[in-house]
Design a protein around this ligand. Structure first.
Ligand SMILES: [Zn+2]
Length: 339
């Protein structure tokens, strides 16, 4: 970066929005560039650490002075992230524990379908339809079963080979390379990014890939945390959706809409849901998480399920107010490729 680029980027932004003098100073003194538009960023939240697995390291979230997108800093290197996913993430070999047994039973039970009608469906499990559906980041294929049950011809992409093997054993086609390299013979009617986009090191490239993989008029369905959630304000550094160091970007409704438009999508609709599980998880992180230590209480089925029921029963007026006020915990978006 040359000296002349710094004031130019900030001057452009300052005419358009509210950058404080502190942010301007921070962006110059401690320069880091936006993962989407390469604009300068300034610290919006500091002192963050992994509240789930106890991965070492201190992080902050910075806000792009140009496009407004919030993002993790420092961004882990791709090889480091791959290592974290293999060691800690969803499919790291945890099986037959009380938590996973309960989870498996719950997700395949009629009780789950009843629950998401009450609590909100952030994974599109209640949407019925037909045609070809691609679940991007399908994990071990649990959700593929739901989409198939709802009438879709469901397929997935998944970087984790172990998880993909489980989905294939259940009869699903799963592509395991980089999304940019995926070139199916027939395009899809629906591409699903359920709590995936915020994990991407390049969310715009991911949306452009989704766009390319869809047939004209095809839809992308996205869910991701809302960076304007009221729960972020309440829980501060303990907000479960910081999810250090796995959540790279943090979208406001405005930032998500802009990125969808820039990636060629139309008819964008964004609504908000606040899953009781996310509220319960923030409470558990606030009560129990300590830096450098795994929060095993997050895998305690009785504690989590009890808190989920309590949050749903006692906080429902607040949760529904948050959703209506644009400050819900999860954004649920639908957009279409031009027909
Ligand atoms: Zn930016």
């Amino acid at each position: 970066m040359t000296g002349s680029q710094v004031p130019a980027a900030i001057a452009e932004y300052r005419t358009a929005a509210d950058v404080s003098p502190e942010e301007t100073r921070d962006a110059i003194v401690n320069p880091a560039h936006c993962v989407v538009c390469a604009g300068l960023t300034a610290t919006s939240v500091g002192g963050l650490f992994d509240t789930r697995f106890g991965i070492a390291g201190n992080y902050e979230v910075r806000r792009c002075l140009q496009c407004g997108l919030e993002q993790l800093f420092p961004v882990p290197a791709p090889a480091q992230l791959k290592n974290f996913y293999e060691h800690y993430y969803n499919f790291s070999g945890e099986r037959d524990t009380v938590y996973t047994t309960f989870r498996e039973w719950f997700f395949s039970s009629p009780l789950y379908r009843l629950w998401i009608r009450l609590d909100g469906d952030i994974s599109f499990h209640t949407r019925k339809g037909s045609g070809r559906l691609l679940d991007i980041g399908c994990n071990e294929g649990r959700t593929l079963k739901n989409y198939a049950r709802n009438g879709f011809q469901a397929e997935g992409t998944e970087l984790n080979e172990t998880a993909a093997a489980v989905a294939r054993a259940a009869g699903f086609h799963v592509f395991t390379g980089q999304l940019e390299d995926f070139a199916p013979a027939t395009p899809y009617d629906v591409a699903v990014l359920s709590n995936v986009l915020e994990h991407s090191l390049d969310p715009k490239a991911m949306l452009l890939s989704a766009h390319r993989l869809l047939k004209p008029g095809g839809q992308v369905w996205i869910s991701c945390p809302n960076s304007q959630s009221w729960l972020r304000s309440v829980f501060g550094q303990w907000w479960i959706n910081w999810h250090i160091p796995f959540h790279i970007t943090h979208f406001s409704p405005h930032a998500l809409r802009n990125l969808l438009e820039d990636s060629g999508f139309l008819h964008i609709e964004i609504r908000q849901i606040t899953p009781a599980l996310w509220v319960a998880s923030s409470i558990v992180a606030w009560l129990f998480a300590r830096e450098g230590r795994a929060t095993r209480q997050l895998r305690n089925a009785f504690l989590i399920f009890g808190l989920v029921l309590l949050c749903r029963a006692l906080l429902f007026p607040l949760l529904s107010w948050g959703n209506r006020a644009g400050r819900g915990d999860c954004l649920v978006a639908t957009a279409a490729r031009a027909g």
